[in-house]
Write a protein that binds this ligand. Structure first.
Ligand code: ATP
Length: 475
């Protein structure tokens, strides 16, 4: 066993997140390279973020897991990639040009801040004031009357900068699926019911972005439009409501006790929606939307059919009936899921009088699955340890680290959520065996190098089972 390993830990009960969790994650995110403000050397830019090496790995894992469960493991959903800039008529027909706006109020007092009128009660409460206190949440100054502010970013296509060349950065990926509906139907063998999915960047000039990467102005969405026959839409809405909740618990390992499904009240529904439910997570700043599931009816296809003059109806080959399909949409955000996973996984415990920070992440989501650590920096250990890491690379997401004492390196891997660490020590040179140390219980086992891949796979299976139990029980 490595000399200064950290087994025999005296652990405190886990599960209570620290009060300043968001701040802790922002600092961890920067220190370990998950996320940090964009263009930081120029002072940053409001509500835009960059993702570092670990954050990029984590985001890819989230995206891939979504794609796998929504597209690859099903035969009734196909994927597309539509352009970010589309014909501006798309956004006229969809209602975004006229109505994709939030009510904006300005403070005329000392702070001159801008607020979303519908966020004022929460902003006041966050500052310890009564939700219905008059005036600006920050300085108490008089607020202007609300006016509608369109959230779409505008730019120009081509060399001429006049209104005829004005285009928009998409505020959602969904419209790509509606506009391409006919092309996908004609080019694939899909028949209704079926879905079209895509993930990619969306842009919203949010009035009050905040809570780090929870609400930003450039973000990534994962959306799926499921086309079905009118009359079957309630069934499919229920199906996707349940399926999406399950996904967070079983496939991302998010604790059930911190998740809920919240149905929208009738007066809260978007104009196009017959029903909507949010998957919500209990953030330190309260329950917040993680994903929205909406029954969008035939609103979008009918609107595009009217505006484009192209027939977007569907002819059922069996019954011979023709209809404009209804659509059920689960719409999620990669950035919010990333923040949620980091928050949900964050834990602290006392080990040998020191605080150990550990991200108890699902082993298939963690940016690094297996870290290879030589016990010392001596070449007789680093050369074979590095070779071992190269051997494992095709099979696992690996990392190699030879800096600092082994205990510090374990802590560093705990902090980024690495489930397994393989330690190559002086005995390894004699017995052709290494130590596998697992993140959660810090237990260690000695295994022969010859069968290392299999032993690691077995450990990851056990990890998956434990993660599922923890997420399901909500502990
Ligand atoms: P909110 O009410 O929080 O503004 P929304 O209802 O407008 O969100 P949708 O249009 O349903 O959001 O978008 C689907 C998903 O896209 C959201 O659940 C969220 O995960 C993500 N998302 C939306 N806006 C943002 C944003 N500004 N920053 C990060 N993620 C976002």
């Amino acid at each position: 066993m490595p000399a200064d390993s950290d087994d025999s830990a005296s652990t405190l009960p886990t599960g209570t997140p620290p009060a300043n969790l968001l701040e802790r994650l922002v600092s961890l995110g920067k220190q370990r390279g998950f996320f940090f403000p964009s263009s930081e050397i120029y002072g940053g830019i409001n509500a835009l973020y960059d993702y570092g090496p670990l954050g990029t790995r984590l985001r890819r894992n989230i995206r891939n897991r979504w794609w796998r469960s929504i597209v690859e493991l099903r035969d009734d959903i196909v994927g597309i990639e539509s352009s970010v800039i589309m014909n501006p008529q798309v956004w006229v027909a969809s209602g975004h040009v006229a109505g994709f706006s939030d009510p904006l109020v300005d403070c005329t007092g000392s702070c001159r801040k801008r607020w979303r009128a519908d966020h004022l009660p929460a902003e006041r409460a966050a500052r310890g004031k009564a939700a219905d206190a008059p005036g600006c949440p920050e300085c108490g100054g008089t607020l202007t009357a609300p006016r509608q502010f369109n959230l779409m970013f505008r730019t120009f296509l081509g060399a001429v900068e006049d209104s005829s060349a004005q285009v928009y950065l998409r505020p959602e990926t969904a419209q790509g699926m509606f506009v391409d509906f006919k092309s996908v139907l004609n080019s694939s063998r899909q028949r209704i019911p079926f879905g079209i999915a895509q993930n990619g960047k969306s842009f919203r000039n949010e009035i009050s972005p905040g809570n780090s990467i929870f609400r930003t102005r450039e973000f990534e969405q994962m959306e799926m439009e499921f086309f079905c026959e009118p009359g079957t839409d309630d069934h499919w809405f229920e199906h996707w409501r349940g399926e999406r909740f399950r996904w967070y618990v079983e496939e991302l390992g998010v604790r059930r006790s911190r998740l809920r499904l919240r149905d929208h009240e009738k007066d809260e529904l978007a104009h196009y929606a017959k029903a909507a439910t949010d998957v919500e997570y209990l953030y330190p700043f309260g329950w917040g939307e993680l994903e929205g599931i909406a029954n969008r009816t035939d609103f979008d296809l009918s609107a595009h059919q009217r505006a484009s003059g192209v027939d977007l109806s569907y002819l059922d080959p069996v019954s011979g009936s023709r209809y404009v399909p209804y659509v059920i949409e689960p719409a999620a955000g990669v950035d919010r899921i990333m923040l949620t996973i980091l928050m949900d996984a964050f834990d602290e415990e006392i080990v040998r009088g020191e605080t150990r920070t550990v991200l108890r992440m699902h082993p298939d989501i963690a940016p690094v699955q297996v870290a290879v650590l030589p016990l010392s920096k001596k070449e007789e250990l680093t050369v074979p340890a590095r070779a071992l890491e190269h051997r494992l690379r095709p099979h696992f997401a690996t990392d190699y680290d030879e800096t600092q004492a082994i205990g510090r390196r374990y802590r560093r891997q705990d902090e980024i959520g690495t489930p397994l660490a393989v330690t190559f020590d002086f005995d390894s040179l004699q017995d052709d065996a290494v130590t596998i140390r697992e993140r959660d219980g810090m237990t260690q086992v000695r295994v022969p190098i010859a069968g290392l891949e299999g032993a690691l796979r077995d450990q990851l299976i056990a990890f998956r089972r434990r993660t599922a139990e923890r997420a399901g029980s909500g502990a």
